[in-house]
Design a protein around this ligand. Structure first.
Ligand code: ADP
Ligand code: MG
Length: 248
C-alpha cells in the first residue's frame, strides 16, 4: 500500500523549548491512526506540522510521495499550498464561521476554488450533510446547533474539499459526554470507507475499536506504537501503562 504520510526525524522547537524530538512514522493509504498521550506531549504540534500550520525545525515530511520539507528545508510556497490543500483538519473548537449558515460553511471554500459548478457544489453539500445526519440543518446558523452537530458540520465541511487525508485534533474534547458518540460514529464510518486519517483522541475505546495503529506520544517523542491489541493489550513501557491506567 502507498505511504500517504512519511515523517522522518521530525524536530520542532519553540524558541529554545524542544517540543518534538526525532519523531518518525508512516501512515499508509486507508489507515486510521490514533494518537494518544498526555497534555503537552506534542500531539497538536505534530498534527499542525503536517499541514504546515507550524514550521518544523528539522527532519522531513512527505505527503503522498511529495516532499513538503526535506531535512528542514521547505519546498516552494506554491508546492506547499498544493500539498497541504489535499489535507483537511478538524479542530476541538469546530472553527465554524458563525455568520454563515451550515450550508454556506460547507460551500464557501469550494465556491472560492471555482473548480466545480454551483450546482455540483450544492449536490455535494446536500450529500455530505445527509451523510453526517444534518440534512435538516442546512439553513441553520452554527449558534443554533449543539456541539456534536457543530463538529459534524466541521467534518462535512472538511470533506467538501475532497481531502486525501483527514487530521482530527481531539474532535470530541469540547463536547458534553452524551454528544461524543454521534461525532465518533461519523469518524468510524469514514474509517470503514478507508479514508486516511490521524485522530488525536482521549477516547481510548474509540482508539482501540476503530484505529489500525496507535501512537503513544510522551514528552515530544513517540514512546510506543503498535496495533490496538499490542498497545492496549500488552504495553511495553511503564509510562504507557501509567498513561493507560488513567483511563480505567
Ligand atoms: P498536546 O497537543 O499533546 O497537548 P502541544 O503540541 O499542544 O501538546 O504542545 C506541546 C508543547 O509545546 C507544550 O509544552 C506547549 O506548551 C508547547 N507549545 C505549543 N504551541 C506553542 C507555541 N505556539 N509557542 C510556544 N510553545 C508552544
Ligand atoms: Mg493538543
Amino acid at each position: 500500500m502507498n505511504s500517504m504520510i512519511e515523517v522522518t526525524h521530525l524536530q520542532k522547537s519553540f524558541g529554545t523549548l524542544p517540543v518534538l524530538k526525532d519523531v518518525s512514522f508512516t501512515v499508509r493509504q486507508g489507515e486510521t491512526i490514533a494518537v494518544i498521550g498526555p497534555s503537552g506531549s506534542g500531539k497538536s504540534t505534530m498534527l499542525r506540522s503536517l499541514i504546515h500550520l507550524e514550521d518544523i525545525t528539522g527532519g522531513s515530511i512527505r505527503i503522498n510521495g511529495e516532499v513538503l520539507v526535506s531535512e528542514g528545508r521547505y519546498t516552494g510556497a506554491a508546492r506547499i499550498k498544493a500539498i497541504t490543500s489535499r489535507m483537511g483538519m478538524v479542530f476541538q473548537q469546530f472553527n465554524l464561521f458563525p455568520h454563515l449558515t451550515v450550508r454556506d460553511n460547507l460551500e464557501l471554500a469550494p465556491r472560492a476554488q471555482k473548480l466545480e459548478s454551483a450546482q455540483e457544489i450544492r449536490r455535494r453539500s446536500d450529500m455530505l450533510l445527509a451523510k453526517v445526519g444534518l440534512a435538516d440543518k442546512a439553513d441553520a446558523f452554527p449558534s443554533r446547533l449543539s456541539g456534536g452537530q457543530k463538529q459534524r458540520v466541521a467534518i462535512a465541511r472538511a470533506l467538501m474539499l475532497k481531502p486525501d487525508i483527514l487530521l482530527f485534533d481531539e474532535p470530541t474534547s469540547a463536547l458534553d459526554p452524551e454528544l461524543t458518540g454521534e461525532v465518533l460514529q461519523v469518524i468510524r464510518q469514514l474509517a470503514e470507507e478507508r479514508m486516511t486519517m490521524i485522530v488525536v483522541t482521549h477516547e481510548m475505546s474509540f482508539a482501540r475499536d476503530v484505529s489500525d495503529r496507535v501512537i503513544f506520544m510522551d514528552q515530544g517523542e513517540i514512546a510506543e506504537a503498535g496495533t490496538p491489541a499490542q498497545l492496549f493489550g500488552n504495553p511495553q513501557l511503564d509510562r504507557t501503562r501509567a498513561f493507560l491506567g488513567r483511563f480505567t
